[in-house]
Ligand binder design. Sequence first.
Ligand code: C2E
Ligand code: MG
Ligand code: MG
Length: 706
Amino acid sequence: MTRMPTFAACLLALCLPLAAAAPRTLRVVGDNNYPPYLFIGPDGKPQGYAVDAWKLWEKKTGIKVELTATSWADAQHRLQSRQADVIDMIFRTPERAARLDFTRPFATVETAIYADRELTGIADASGLRGFVVGVQRGDACVERLHRAGVSSTRAYTSYADIIGAARSGDIRIFCMDRSPAEYYLYRLHAQDEFVKAFDFYGDRFRRGVRKGDAATLALVEQGMAKITPQERQQLQDKWMGQRVDLTGYASIFKTAASVLALVGIVLLAWIYSLRRAVRKRTRDLRFLAHYDPLTRLPNRHLLLDRINHALAQPGIALSVLLVNLDNFKRINDRFGHPLADQLLQQVAERLKALADPIDTVARLGGDDFVLTLRSSDVSQVTALAEQARQAIAAVLVLEGEEVFLSASVGASLYPHDGENGVVLLKNADTAMSRAKQSGRNIISFYRASLSAQASHFVTMGASIRRAMQRGEFELFYQPQHCLRSSRMQGVEALLRWRRDGELVLPAEFIPCAEELGLIEELGEWVMKTACRQLADWRARGAPALRMAVNLSARQLTSPGLVSAVESALAQARLPGDLLELEITESALVGSEAEISATLEAIRALGVRIAIDDFGTGYSSLAYLRHLPVTVIKIDKSFLDGAPEDPAAAEVIGAIVAMGHALNLTVVAEGVESAPQAAFLEEIGCDLAQGWFYSRAVAPEQIAKAL
Ligand code: C2E
Ligand code: MG
Ligand code: MG
């Protein structure tokens, strides 16, 4: 601390005559129950902001301070009765201003109205009317309450007394400065019993001297002015509680917050990626549970599921084909696993391309593949097995090297070879092993007898292919005669296979050609050859002759049919109406919209459409109205027994009548006798064809007959 230099003190004495009267001791009084400014501590001594402030003042001025902490009323009395020079912590009120002079304010204090917790609805001074308000004796609050129109007050010596009175129910409302109120309510454990009803007013603490005591006032002010801002801050911090310096903490807090946020984000990202990974893994697991990861084909589990699901449908036909690659171990050893895996993937793709969408291609593991087929027809199963074997046999390229594979197939048919998926698979496997034993690269059925049939079928397929390449097929022609004029009006082209000098009839090879997918090519050849033949006969003087060509069901659904017909006509320069395409009723069963569109397109070329073997295949005749049919050929079976059997005659007569009613040309097939021909003529049938007129003959004979 700085001691005032002597000359400065003299100067002060000269300048301020009042200072000359400076007392040795300054007597200060204050309220003894006004924490944190002045109150009696646990040791019974006064303490608080005022005690320390006056100690500082003492040091700054060198004048001793005698601070008396007493009741507020007593403090004011002491000042007035000249027992004290200064009163501390006092509000300036109009009433007090008449008796006292005041220093500048040094603190702002708020005064509030407190009320019993049970009392509600007291929001301002007007709400206090009718209540007795407890006050500290001599408090400025009394004056304020009076001014606010509250006249009923009860004065107590100390704040603690007020709270005691409120607790005992003497009063229910009291007025108190906020800081002592908070202090005492807390210390007396009364904070839950009372609530602050409202902030009454705010005022500023000053120090007061008796009116006219300017010297003391100046002395007090000058001394206080010497207290530095830092010292004042320290006082403040000590008694009012330090303002928390957040600058240090703030940065720590900010850093912590950012770190936390970052950790949060990382955590969220982690959780998100974890969840994604879990979802993906779940998907993978679900996939792995049902699919083979290498080829993405269904695995054994899903295969059995599908088979058993299919078998649950009534009347289902099903076969299971187990396809195993021959000598796959050698491939594995030679190329290593990664390349062998690629090869398995290629095989899987090829097999997938073969299967109908409703059937399943699965991989059981290793080089075991399974195909299911909704049929238990030996020829169809064999055909699929053949297609599979050929697909696998087509050259594969591995690392620039051509690889030739072959496969053995075992087949089991439901229900004969097994009532459920597991048994069907097991028996297909047994059959496959048998195929391996008999020299690989073949198909074997679980039932040995079927294998013989299949092997005949397979051999037949290979022979047909060879025959097509070698040109072993020929067309024979059977004349169709007009029943009224007996003249040959047309011919039907019938396919023959000249095998080893022998003529093989279509019934022997057409089903096989159909199943093995050879019929399109063969059929196209028939159509072209027949058209060319007709053009040749026309050129030789038979302009009105018509050509009938048989179409198989498979050709009818082949996408290239219409253009094949068109080009056959174009190549032979034939008008469309000289060509007649024969289809059986059974070929019409199925996707009728598609077939109808094809027939319409063919009909649009002028080509006639005949229903072959009429009356044998279809249960409904409605198609006759919907489809662009022009001819019906009554099946030979209707003619058996006619004309002697009246029933047979009746039926034929009815068919002819119906055909005519629908504006169709009616042809009778398989006419073998003169009475038959006579009967047909009699009932008005248009054309007849059969051995009675001529068998199917080589083209030269037709030319001769013409
Ligand atoms: P389809 O079209 O009903 O042919 C009539 C069949 O009856 C022919 O047998 C014919 O030789 C035979 N036939 C004709 N007149 C008589 C007769 O008076 N009595 C008896 N018992 N039979 C007679 P084919 O030539 O063996 O043909 C059988 C079937 O093969 C044909 O029946 C036809 O559906 C089919 N077919 C023949 N050629 C072809 C062809 O080029 N393509 C297709 N997809 N099928 C053909
Ligand atoms: Mg025919
Ligand atoms: Mg026929």
